[in-house]
Design a binder for this molecule. Structure first.
Ligand code: G4P
Ligand code: NA
Ligand code: NA
Length: 191
């Protein structure tokens, strides 16, 4: 998606450790007009697919998923992250290991909001190691719902998440970063 790549080039900041900061428009300050264009692009790329629910994960997936859900005209659910040891009640839950943050957390979705008959599109802002999306895919499977695909705004193509997820489902990444140069700030996108 050319508009998105231009914006990443203009406002993205390459940080130490292969981290791409996009706080100016994606996951701190949010450019909702750009989100709309992103939503329309996902709509195009998943044209013809029968989708009746969007699933994302807190925190920074929520904003983008809301806009996408409005364009698809379906409800949106976000998985909650929790540290609680004993999760009681009617929820689906799985563990997610974040390499970036070096911790493991549980994610949960209430059984009330996901289940048989749901045809789910996963949405997230970033795909790096893919553990968050992998966890969401597991919740979908456990619930008896069907995973239709996953839409990601920025994929870090040099990390393993994308390749892994493509084997599982229809993945659409709107910008794939193949390399970043800390010193020059140069970002190389996949064509
Ligand atoms: P993954 O397995 O979910 O792909 O992610 P990983 O553990 O590698 O990264 C952990 C968190 O860091 C994720 O957010 C992910 O979106 C985010 N992340 C990974 N690489 C980058 C990057 O280069 N730039 C930015 N801005 N974020 C990155 P999170 O902590 O789980 O969620 P949230 O609370 O921030 O939404
Ligand atoms: Na994030
Ligand atoms: Na996220």
């Amino acid at each position: 998606m050319e508009l998105l790549k231009e914006r990443i080039r203009k406002d993205g900041v390459v940080k130490e450790g292969n981290v791409l900061k996009v706080d100016r428009f994606l996951n701190h300050q949010m450019d909702v007009k750009l989100f709309r264009e992103i939503g329309k692009e996902f709509k195009k790329r998943f044209e013809g697919e029968d989708i009746n629910k969007i699933l994302t994960i807190e925190a920074s997936g929520i904003g983008i998923a809301c806009v996408v859900a409005e364009i698809f005209d379906v409800p949106v659910v976000f998985a909650k992250k929790t540290q609680t040891k004993n999760i009681a009640g009617d929820v689906y839950t799985t563990k997610v290991e974040s390499f970036t943050h070096g911790r493991v957390y549980d994610i949960i979705v209430s059984k009330e909001f996901l289940g048989e008959g749901d045809r789910v599109l996963l949405i997230d802002d970033f795909l790096a190691n893919g553990k968050a999306l992998e966890g969401l895919a597991k919740l979908v499977k456990d619930s008896g719902a069907e995973l239709v695909g996953a839409g990601v705004v920025i994929e870090k193509g040099f990390q393993p998440g994308g390749d892994f997820l493509r084997k599982q489902t229809h993945l659409e990444s709107l910008a794939i970063v193949d390399a970043m140069d800390e010193k020059t700030g140069e970002i190389t996108f996949r064509e």
